[in-house]
Design a protein around this ligand. Sequence first.
Ligand code: NAD
Length: 464
Amino acid sequence: MKPIHHFVDSLLDHSSTTRVSRQDFLQFTGRSLAVGAVGGALIGCEKKPETTSSSASTVNTPSGSVPKLPATSPPAEIPADQQKPIELEQIKAKTEQQEGDTPTPMPEDQRVGYALVGLGHLTLNQILPAFGTCKKSKVVALVSGSSEKMQKVAEQYGIKKESCYSYADYDKLKDNKEVQAIYIVLPNGMHAEYTIRGAQAGKHILCEKPMANTAAECEAMIDACKKADRKLMIAYRIQYEPHNRMVREMVQKAQFGKVKSIIANNGQNSDNPKHWRFNKALAGGGSLPDVGLYCLNTIRYVLGEEPTEVVGYVHSTPDDPRFKEVEEQVNWLMKFPSGVQASCATSYGHHDEKSYRVCAETGWIKMDPAFPYTGLKLETSQAQGKENQVVQHTIEQKDHFATEMDHFSECILENKIPFTPGEEGLQDQKIMEAIYQSAKEGKAIKLATVDKKDAFRGPEPKES
Ligand code: NAD
């Protein structure tokens, strides 16, 4: 079978896909200040040419070049003067932590319009409020099974009555010219169907993680979006978040020498056996595809490498009504081509623990917590003479959902490939299936070797 990485290999001209520069990185993350002696010197200062964005009208894909976007699409380029921050006079000494750039929002009428599908916890508590800090994205439509709830939400966010749809009316989004993108925030088992129908309705798709329940569903989603000439992005917010981006930069620049091992855990005590998360058909699995996926996806992201072998163990407390259909706990090991070994754990049965640690030759990098929506903490350690210096890096927090949605909007506006396209979600799904297979068969499972770095990702995101 042809390895999937050939897709992105052919899709990206790696010679023109450049690493994020310090300037771009600081623009993306906001200014960072390391508390302690090692400080900002830990971050490399390599300069690179600007990332070459695709031309306004075409973009390279596996099948060649995609034709111009249809007439309903917004202008292909964001004007340069709109991307330039307004400079304010200095009010803080240069020795103090500096503010980030002033926001550069686009006017409402030029932003990408989103329809949100599913009005549950994530949509109401995180995604809808995030539009308040978006610069290129706006919410223009809702899809829900509860007309009463939808009406309330529509009133709160100023969404037109005629832009509220039931699931039965979902396909009518086709005729709503204000909607360019659909954000799917439904139970995992519904992602494939709503992605495929959404693409067939002519809309670009941002789909929550996990991408779907099976690799076959992921492939069908990719095919449907390709066929409809629409973009597909998986909502891996961690890959658009400043702290984790900084860890990736440290690792890729070998700030602490070669990485040897990574230990990661994402677990929580989940309740309510009646919730879809405990239903196999709707969830696909238990803790692994829900929270364990963060360990898997973040390690792949930080290393830019793909595992070649996995070993997994699955356990559920007998007679616990929550775990009749899905698993409670998964522990797994992953081997990477560079020699890095990763050890991961996930559970629905223990108190919140969301962290990882990268152990390298001359230091370690710790994210604890690493995966919540706010309050992320980054620490590094390195010997300095007789001392072991631990440095806490204080980075400006950014709304994960706003940066993620604005990246997707930018890809639509400038006709670029998303950093986390469908192929990225498919690769995670394949690895999760191998972990389950390993646990079932009691042996290590080998995966296709992928030589290229970041084989399944699009060009690095920038925040303009
Ligand atoms: P939720 O249960 O709070 O919301 C799901 C919504 O889907 C509800 O409004 C529910 O009414 C609706 N729905 C439609 N058909 C349904 C059906 N047949 N059964 C059950 N519900 C149905 O879930 P959530 O926490 O908002 O998660 C939604 C998606 O977002 C999931 O894919 C989840 O993995 C993902 N998620 C991502 C993050 C993140 O940080 N990126 C965080 C939480 C959830």
